[in-house]
Design a protein around this ligand. Structure first.
Ligand SMILES: Nc1nc2c(c(=O)[nH]1)N[C@H]1C(S)=C(S)[C@@H](COP(=O)(O)OP(=O)(O)OC[C@H]3O[C@@H](n4cnc5c(=O)[nH]c(N)nc54)[C@H](O)[C@@H]3O)O[C@H]1N2
Ligand SMILES: Nc1nc2c(c(=O)[nH]1)N[C@H]1C(S)=C(S)[C@@H](COP(=O)(O)OP(=O)(O)OC[C@H]3O[C@@H](n4cnc5c(=O)[nH]c(N)nc54)[C@H](O)[C@@H]3O)O[C@H]1N2
Ligand code: SF4
Ligand SMILES: [Mo]
Length: 740
């Protein structure tokens, strides 16, 4: 007998609802799109469709591992946690708190446990050595939102379903399915813009599938978006096209911004960007003329040396054209579990600095680009131990070879990960979370970026055997260990967090529980662990039941039982008032540190362009960073880890399709297989990341048969976006030659 269960897909940001079919042995034997999900309406991609294969992957670790003299061996959960406690304590006693570092990987943003427990772990460790995939990804967006709007997570998303004009830079949602813009069936939503008479423009050095679907593709030289964006701002001012709309009277720094943009005329930036002045002017005019327009930039704009400037100027354009916070423009989603009454402290970076390279703290973190420095450089405060939670920095971080070597030299390392991958092979203890089918789901991190207000909770499809901790329990146990409570009950941590949240909530005027008694509120809550926390968050949230304030409102039980396919909470609504929390109470259009970096950008114009080729990345629909390469259905067919280059460059260098080529940069050298294609502009080469599965000591049989090469052996950890510390993967100077 088979049965059906429903859950959100945890593999990307599109949040598709899935219908799982399970056999009577609780194996997932089928996956389809959930047609009753009001948001995804049955949409599914090849990755979601193979979730069953991932769930049942024989290489997935079923229990904890302890490293012995001959490699990792199975152990019990108690022994594993005891070992972690003993060895972390030893490191902390000998070297202090900062000697223990944490790395939080991307899949942590897709789990219920990551966002709810990683913070508690970091706090309990009391370390400043906090790293994440965020500084290889979206950190520039947080910095830009933090300084412009006061809140680093106040990130506007394009209102895809109502916009008439979408200007998209450095994003390829036809492969990625979208990012910082959760929209199941992103391709369908893009096509709908054209169908209702709108226009989509894509700025990208490659003619991607997204660029082909768009009405217009504007190729740009890698790493030069800030020049283009400044020229667009320049044109809006120069041609008197600025119309703040809803932001009128709510901005600060408009004159400073205008003064800054004066220098960046379309003529001046044409050479460096490769975009004709007339085209830039036309783009600015169309943006200003559109009834409802949105400018959206994603990964390609972040992983650049001017990542923060890019992300700031993108939202500047939204403000200057009156599109911020208006339907069809760039809007702030309202997530059901995020209270809108929160008291916020204005954002700033650099509250402390890194030991070796003196880099500013950003959003509580140091750049992953300096993790290897902090592990290998002797002296007080050196990192001796590391906890990784989902992630694979040995492949995903810039200058990965140095980091890989550094990991091998750690005194102690813990990996919370279902796989023995290129990173966790260095761990002394590996703590694997259970299968997706055994894991509850709610997108704590991603629902704040959805193009419709929406919520969905999935109960585990399959129960956990006795004594088998969930990922929430694993992380809670680690947090307890870090705070010196070695055999505490993980549930106690949730009760503590709930109690302290409620104490704060009752003190904030405007909260639905203002003035009430926390002890009495706790009694209303149901569930244990993450469920308890989520029940509280939903009740305190904008659609919540408010502990009696709105009897019809959301509770976890109501979301789970009455809306098993998720609930649509309506289109995005203007809510700048709820969001804005700068010290001035205004949108900061020209933060001083950004203006200073713009001076650096301007000065760079005078320098000669680097000769040779520049490297950028790319994504493929059937991949997911470093970790779906062990699913046979997703890696079959031709080698995808190729170095794409323009046929003109290939001819000049005497390179033919299939030739092995040596790619060299300041950081390192790799050998890849060449794939000439005119989808890449001349002067640019492209290699995907997440490959390089040829390292000994991993346990991923399928992936090791399709190893590919690690692009991050040639990306350079020394070059970062100074404002955010973000890694630079796009625009890396390289030389390419045929290997004889
Ligand atoms: N299938 C699949 N889906 C994924 C992932 C995956 O690995 N595979 N990863 C997930 C993750 S972690 C993320 S963050 C998202 C990212 O999702 P997206 O932001 O859509 O990222 P990419 O697909 O890498 O698209 C970035 C684009 O930027 C272009 N680009 C490179 N350099 C420049 C430049 O200098 N300027 C401009 N304008 N463009 C440039 C690249 O050619 C590429 O097409 O995708 C998520 N979804
Ligand atoms: N050159 C280059 N490098 C890049 C990028 C690029 O475009 N170009 N993109 C960057 C981006 S956007 C990102 S986000 C990073 C990603 O970098 P990372 O987060 O470091 O790497 P991932 O491959 O996403 O991590 C996958 C690991 O998480 C584990 N995992 C999966 N599910 C779970 C779970 O539920 N719990 C736990 N605990 N672990 C789980 C998997 O088993 C796997 O081992 O890479 C960055 N690196
Ligand atoms: S688009 Fe993303 S969320 Fe949807 S099925 Fe594919 S991987 Fe899962
Ligand atoms: Mo990412």
């Amino acid at each position: 007998m088979s049965r059906t269960a429903y859950r959100t897909c945890p593999l990307c940001e599109a949040l598709c609802g899935l219908e799982l079919t399970l056999d009577d042995g609780d194996r997932v034997i089928g996956v389809r799109g959930d047609v009753h999900d009001p948001f995804s309406q049955g949409f599914i991609c090849p990755k979601g469709a193979t979730l069953g294969r991932l769930d049942g992957d024989p290489d997935r670790l079923s229990g904890p591992l302890l490293r012995g003299p001959d490699g990792p061996v199975d152990t019990t959960w108690n022994e594993a946690f005891d070992e972690v406690a003993r060895r972390l304590r030893a490191v902390a006693e000998r070297h202090g708190k900062d000697a223990i570092a944490v790395y939080i990987g991307n899949p942590t943003a897709h789990s219920i446990a990551g966002p709810l427990y990683a913070g508690a772990l970091v706090k309990a460790l009391g370390t400043r050595n906090v790293y994440s995939a965020g500084t290889a990804d979206q950190m520039p967006k947080h910095v830009s939102a933090g300084y412009m709007f006061g809140d680093p997570v106040a990130i506007p998303v394009p209102d895809l379903d109502r916009t008439d004009h979408l200007l998209m830079l450095g994003a390829n949602p036809l492969e990625s399915n979208g990012s910082l813009c959760s929209a199941p069936d992103f391709p369908g939503r893009l096509k709908a813009i054209g169908a209702r008479g709108g226009k989509v423009t894509v700025v990208d050095p490659r003619r991607t599938r997204t660029a082909r679907l768009a009405d217009q593709h504007v190729p740009i030289r890698p790493g030069t978006d800030a020049y283009l964006l400044f020229a667009l701002v320049h044109t809006l001012f120069a041609e008197d096209l600025v119309d703040l709309g809803a932001s009128d009277g709510r901005v600060h720094g408009l004159d400073d911004l205008r003064a800054l943009a004066v220098d960046f005329s379309p003529e001046l930036v044409a050479g460096v960007t490769g975009i004709r002045p007339l085209q830039i002017r036309r783009m600015a005019r169309e943006l200003a003329a559109a009834e409802r327009a949105a400018v959206y930039g994603r990964l390609g704009t972040c992983t650049q040396e001017y990542g923060t400037l890019n992300n700031w100027l993108i939202d500047v354009l939204n403000v200057l054209t009156g599109n911020l916070d208006r339907p069809g423009g760039a809007m702030f989603p309202r997530a059901a579990h995020v209270p809108v009454y929160r008291r916020k402290r204005p954002f700033s970076t650099g509250r402390w600095r890194s030991r070796v390279r003196d880099l500013p703290e950003v959003f509580g973190e140091f750049p992953v680009a300096t993790l290897a420095d902090e592990i290998t450089t002797p002296g007080d405060g050196r990192i001796r131990a590391l906890i990784t939670i989902g992630g694979n920095p040995a492949l995903s971080a810039p200058g990965a070879e140095r980091l890989d070597e550094a990991l091998a030299g750690l005194e102690f390392m813990v990996g919370v990960d279902p796989y023995l991958n290129e990173t966790t092979r260095h761990a002394h203890v590996v703590l694997p979370p259970p299968r997706p089918a055994q894991t509850p789901h709610y997108d704590v991190a991603l629902l704040s970026f959805a193009v419709r207000n929406y919520a969905r909770y999935s109960a585990p499809a399959v129960g956990l055997p006795d004594g088998r901790p969930s990922e929430a329990e694993i992380l809670a146990r680690l947090a307890l260990i870090a705070s010196g409570v070695e055999d505490g009950d993980p549930a106690g941590l949730d009760e503590m967090i709930v109690a302290s949240t409620l104490v704060k909530a009752v003190a904030v005027p405007g909260s639905p529980v203002y003035g009430r008694e926390p002890d009495e509120l706790v009694k209303a809550l149901n569930g244990k662990g993450p469920d308890l926390r989520l029940d509280m968050m939903l009740r305190l949230g904008p659609y919540g039941e408010g502990f009696g304030a709105d009897p019809e409102g959301l509770t976890l039980a109501r979301l789970r039982d009455e809306h098993p396919h998720g609930v649509d909470l309506g289109p995005l609504e203007p809510r700048l008032d709820e969001v804005l929390c700068t010290a001035s109470g205004l949108i900061e259009l020209c933060p001083p540190s950004f203006a200073a970096d713009a001076d650096r950008l301007r000065a760079r114009l005078g320098e000669p362009a680097p000769a040779g080729l520049t490297l950028i990345g790319r994504r493929h629909l059937r991949s997911n960073n470093s970790w779906l390469h062990n699913v046979p259905e997703l890696v079959g067919g031709s080698n995808r880890c190729t170095l794409q280059l323009n046929p003109a460059d290939a001819a000049r260098l005497g390179i033919a399709a299939g030739d092995p080529v040596r790619v060299a940069s300041r950081a390192g050298t790799i050998v890849a297989v060449a794939e000439p294609t005119d989808t890449v502009m001349a002067g640019v080469v492209s290699l995907p990341h997440g490959w390089g599965h040829d390292r000994p000591g991993t346990r991923a049989r399928v992936a090791s048969e399709h190893p590919g090469v690690n692009a991050n052996l040639v990306t350079d950890e020394r070059v970062i976006d100074p404002l955010s510390g973000n890694a630079v993967f796009n625009g890396v100077p390289v030389t390419v030659e045929r290997l004889d």
